[in-house]
Design a protein around this ligand. Structure first.
Ligand SMILES: Nc1ncnc2c1ncn2[C@@H]1O[C@H](COP(=O)(O)OP(=O)(O)O)[C@@H](O)[C@H]1O
Ligand SMILES: [Mg+2]
Length: 261
């Protein structure tokens, strides 16, 4: 096989590839040398303390912040192109969302269809069907006419999830989706994420709750400004790694059995 044919047969990773990412905010480093490789059909937990750089990682993957160093490829293409192709869906951490604008739940979910529409953005029957189906999957059909700002935190998260479903994105970035939701929503989300995995999507989900990671994440990334450990959940969740991640202050986060090392 000559060099050309070797290159042309090289496999393009479907998923997320971040290589030695550094992000700083006006000179203050939030993330350095953070690398990650996630292929499709996996759920990966992103775990770290407040301020560890989880949201920054998501923002870099979305192209909202520009790394000062490093490269990111999503499904083998640049962040910008992945955005234009609507390949990535993002459910932001609630605190970062301005929900005061008077947009209905239906309209928020319809935004997920924009990539499939022409410039005039006139929804077709197929778009309306996709939105309805997405709302059904998160059990939010009854609230479809409500302004997004009047929803509870959990309902709002479900609305953003519905938008992600309507978008048919292959990569899903979920920043603390479980924070402030009730048990019913938590169960609904966990089931949904398992379905997404079966559909071959790539899911990166940040959480404070280690039991969630144990329950359904195939892989886990422990971060504190950089990647401290990364790999299969059972192998990474050691007492030593968790103590390192939480700066020796893990007690209330360490309920339940942890992997012995
Ligand atoms: N827009 C910003 N401007 C300046 N500093 C920021 C900004 N966003 C985040 N930071 C800082 O970057 C660090 C990482 O924050 P963040 O990514 O939000 O962490 P996490 O999501 O893990 O809590 C923190 O020290 C935070 O204060
Ligand atoms: Mg955050």
């Amino acid at each position: 096989m000559n060099q050309f044919s070797m290159t042309s047969h090289q496999e393009v990773l479907t998923g997320i590839e971040a290589d030695q990412i550094c992000v700083d905010y006006n000179g203050t480093v939030a993330l350095y040398d953070a690398s990650l490789k996630l292929s499709s059909g996996t759920i990966c937990g992103l775990v770290g303390m407040n301020g560890a750089g989880k949201s920054t990682f998501f923002k870099a993957l979305m192209g909202f912040v520009r790394p000062s160093r490093g490269t990111i490829r999503i499904n083998g293409v640049s962040v910008g192109r992945a955005q234009r192709e609507q390949a990535v869906a993002y459910v932001p951490q609630s605190e970062g969302v301005d929900c005061s604008f008077p947009v209905s739940v239906w309209d928020v979910v319809m935004m997920g269809r924009y990539g499939a529409m022409n410039l005039l953005r006139i929804p077709r029957e197929s778009d309306r069907k996709a939105v309805l189906h997405s709302l059904e999957r998160v059990d939010l059909v009854d609230l479809r006419h409500r302004p997004i700002g009047t929803l509870s935190g959990g309902q709002r998260k479900r609305a953003f999830l519905a938008r992600a479903i309507a978008q048919r994105a292959s990569v899903l970035l979920l920043d603390e989706p479980f924070t402030g939701v009730d048990v019913r929503t938590e169960k609904l989300m966990a089931d949904l994420f398992s379905q997404f995995r079966r559909e071959g999507r790539t899911i990166l989900v940040s959480t404070h709750d280690l039991s969630h990671v144990r329950n359904f994440c195939d892989l886990v990334v422990l971060i504190n400004k950089t990647v401290l450990a990364y790999g299969k959940t059972s192998e990474v969740f050691t007492a030593e790694n968790l103590t390192m991640t939480f700066g020796g202050l893990p007690p209330n986060l360490l309920k339940g059995p942890i992997a012995s090392d």
